[in-house]
Ligand binder design. Structure first.
Ligand SMILES: *Cc1c(COP(=O)(O)O)cnc(C)c1O
Length: 337
């Protein structure tokens, strides 16, 4: 069975992006955040390709995500740490937990868990132990001590403050490695790289800071099949709520793609296909979208590539580059070239 919508995934672009980020990371190792099913691309396909390229540090959010990768036998860290419910699978050794709280540290110590990672909160106030709780870490076998930047995609005073806080506690820790930078953090400068960087977004073609623009290439292209081609007479409308009125007789292609696939409603009257040649007209529906294909040879059954360069698509849709990736749904056939 084949689906009428597919995601074209460029494996060369993915590994080129990782190599570019590894170079930008200087002497630090470069890992990969592959949570949320590899940001929507498919975590197993991403991990296989990055491991072949030399990546040795993978980050997921949950133990279910780690279990999905277990057959690949790669070094995986679980960013959300260990709940009581996770202890059996965590102690099975398929991945390391990133311990985030005093409760998680106590739980891991009590179970005699082995190597772990630890997240320190240096100002984001999301997950992590506070810098005052370092004493709790005694006796832990810490592979990577990490923190996470809240504003790395902007020039914000918090970046410097988090860097200083992290550098300060680094000297007081027995961890084998230190890690602070996500994709955007790699662009903040060599000081932020420490021993290991943890890019996600930029691996998949996201541009978190202007400086990445020349270095990162697009990985993901949604493609959808034309279900019907129709002539819409001047003055008639297209789609829900009749938001688009034909200014002249218009040839319209209806594609099998909609907001349930992550092609968000923000693309209504804003998205396009084939390098701008086919503008989206009217509302994006749950499973369908209409394109103006006047004067173009395009028939029922033909495939259209949607314009999905992430910074541009984000501007047009009003969604973040992250949402544009992680929203890509399960109805796509994913194929790597
Ligand atoms: C998601 C995540 C990353 C990767 O962030 P990007 O902005 O996608 O590069 C790195 N570290 C942690 C802790 C994360 O949660």
């Amino acid at each position: 069975m084949t689906a009428p919508l597919r995601l074209r995934l460029d494996g060369q672009a993915l590994t080129d992006n990782w190599r570019a980020l590894a170079r930008m990371s200087g002497p630090a190792a470069c890992g990969a955040a592959i949570k949320a099913d590899g940001y929507g691309l498919g975590a197993v396909g991403v991990a296989i390709r990055l491991a072949d390229a030399g990546c040795r540090d993978f980050f997921v959010a949950t133990w279910a995500e780690a279990a999905a990768l277990a057959p690949l036998n790669l070094p995986v860290s679980v960013l959300h740490g260990v709940r009581a419910e996770d202890m059996d699978v965590a102690l099975s050794g398929i991945a390391r937990p990133v311990l985030n709280s005093a409760v998680q540290v106590a739980r891991w110590k009590a179970a005699g868990g082995g190597a772990c990672d630890v997240m320190i909160d240096t100002g984001m106030n999301r997950l992590g132990l506070s810098v005052d709780e370092l004493a709790l870490l005694e006796e832990l076998q810490i592979e990577t001590l990490m923190s996470h930047l809240a504003c790395a995609d902007e020039d914000h005073a918090l970046n410097q403050r988090q860097l200083a806080a992290f550098a300060g506690l680094a000297r007081r820790s027995s961890a084998r490695r230190l890690s602070l930078a996500n994709s955007a953090g790699i662009g903040l400068g060599a000081d932020y790289a420490f021993d290991l960087t943890r890019p996600g977004l930029a691996l998949y073609g996201g541009i978190p800071r202007a400086a990445f623009a020349g270095a990162i290439t697009q990985v993901v292209t949604p493609q959808a099949q034309v279900l019907q081609r129709r002539r819409v007479a001047a003055g008639a409308t297209v789609g829900y709520n009749a938001t688009w009125t034909a200014p002249r007789d218009t040839d319209v292609a209806i594609l099998n793609l909609g907001y349930a696939d992550g092609y968000w409603r923000g693309f209504s009257d804003a998205g396009s296909g084939e390098g701008g040649r086919f503008p989206v007209i009217g509302r994006v529906s749950m499973d369908l979208v209409a394109l103006d294909v006047s004067g173009r040879a395009l028939s029922e059954g033909d495939w259209v590539a949607l314009d999905y360069a992430l910074p541009d698509a984000a501007r047009k849709s009003g969604m973040s580059q992250y949402e544009l990736l992680t929203g890509l749904g399960s109805r796509f056939d994913r194929y790597w070239i």
